[in-house]
Design a protein around this ligand. Structure first.
Ligand SMILES: Nc1ncnc2c1ncn2[C@@H]1O[C@H](COP(=O)(O)OP(=O)(O)O)[C@@H](O)[C@H]1O
Ligand SMILES: [Mg+2]
Length: 376
């Protein structure tokens, strides 16, 4: 999959920007705050129907305007062209997503059609940060590769919110909400165990993807691995029903504590996924370099995983990744990704790319200044 061209209208600081894309590297240069990341954000709308940064569509609309629009022409790996149109109206709060002029009713059906892999220095928190960062990583890969997962996750989140509200109210009023909780418990267990089974299987499958990406980056004396650590014991059995059964038991066991704290303590929203090198936990024992390598291996693994599951080469978005690397590492990284698929790379460093890439039809270089794109 690649983007042939993309137009942004009143999208952040882009009043009207048009980019004819190269099908390999697209280098987006410019100083800080000029509108480079905003371009990548527009690509996330195409893929995920929303921003990977903002939780709210309204902040995207160019200040003083009421509607933002994105138009893009996509080409699939086997050459099929698709026209995308996305529009959001601030006054009504309505968002429209159309493919080939047909409006999509269920946004979840878009996710996974146009897969992306996104890298930025902030999401290197996947290896440094708390469990929420790693759950986010899993959720994004799984949502793109499995539509049911995405739908289950949305339902599950709603259930946790409802349940937390009931528990919190009960804590405040000092009453026993057991009858009120009953239907929510059932749903928590139903969606929660489906998510957990999917995550457990994913961690098993993904192992080899990290492994082969990692060995491309460093020598194999370092063996990376990943382990699924759910919030409660799911039993030694690999049987999916065990997750369901143990979930029930755990809800009962934690009931008093949940009441005391006024929130849901059991379920996949409290999962940990630990990363290891040679059996030692990355978070506690790894060097900066190992963190970086593991992170890049995760992302390359994600690329190949999505490529297989979505049956489409994902588009790579690299936001400001190169400013952090020395010249040598930057060149190595460029060579590594150059052959994967279409890539959008933002950078404030104008010099590093000319040494490695030749620009023309396949590789493009543009400069973004004050929300406008100029071909360099
Ligand atoms: N809704 C908006 N309307 C107009 N400008 C915006 C909006 N949201 C963000 N901006 C502007 O976009 C710029 C940041 O763009 P960004 O793509 O993050 O920059 P960078 O080139 O550093 O990646 C800032 O100047 C910010 O003021
Ligand atoms: Mg930026």
């Amino acid at each position: 999959m690649f983007i042939e061209n993309i137009r942004l209208k009143n999208f952040r600081n882009h009043a009207d920007s048009y980019l004819e894309c190269g099908d390999k590297a697209n280098i987006i240069l410019g100083d800080n705050g000029e509108g480079k990341t905003n371009l990548l954000e527009a690509v996330s709308y195409i893929s995920l129907t929303k921003s990977f940064y903002a939780s709210n569509d309204s902040v995207i609309v160019n200040i003083g305007e009421t509607i933002f629009q994105i138009e893009a022409n996509m080409v699939s790996d086997n050459g099929i062209k698709t026209k995308i149109h996305i529009g959001y109206d601030l006054t009504t709060g309505e968002k429209v997503y159309s493919i080939n002029n047909r409006r999509i009713e269920k946004f979840s059906s878009v996710i996974g059609k146009f897969p992306i892999v996104f890298l930025s220095p902030e999401n290197s928190n996947i290896t440094f940060g708390g469990p929420a960062e790693r759950r986010k990583f899993l959720d994004l890969v799984l949502s793109q590769s499995n539509q049911t997962y995405f739908e289950d996750l949305s339902e599950y989140r709603k259930v946790v919110r409802h349940r937390n509200k009931i528990l919190n109210d009960a804590k405040f009023h000092k009453n026993d909400p057991i009858a009120l909780l009953e239907p929510w418990n059932e749903q928590l267990i139903r969606f929660g165990s489906r998510i957990m089974v999917r995550r457990r299987n994913f961690v098993n499958e993904f192992q080899e993807y990290i492994f082969s990406a990692y060995k491309k980056l460093v020598d194999l004396r370092e063996v990376p691995s990943m382990e699924y650590e759910p919030s409660f014991k799911t039993g030694n059995s690999e049987k999916d029903e065990m997750v369901f059964e143990n979930f029930k038991t755990e809800i009962d066991r934690k009931y008093k504590e949940e009441l005391r704290l006024g929130s849901t303590l059991v379920g996949p929203h409290r999962d940990e996924i630990s990363f290891k090198i040679n059996g030692l936990e990355l978070r506690k024992f790894a060097s900066q370099g190992q963190h970086k390598t593991f992170f890049v291996a995760l992302k390359i693994g994600e690329f190949f995983y999505l490529k297989e599951r979505c049956r489409e080469n994902p588009i790579l978005l690299l936001d400001d990744v190169f400013s952090e690397l020395d010249d040598n590492r930057a060149q190595q990284m460029l060579l590594l990704i150059e052959n994967l698929n279409q890539t959008f790379i933002t950078s404030t460093n104008f010099d590093i790319f000319d040494k490695v890439l030749s620009f023309g039809e396949k590789n493009k270089k543009v400069i973004v200044r004050n929300g406008k794109i100029a071909i360099s």
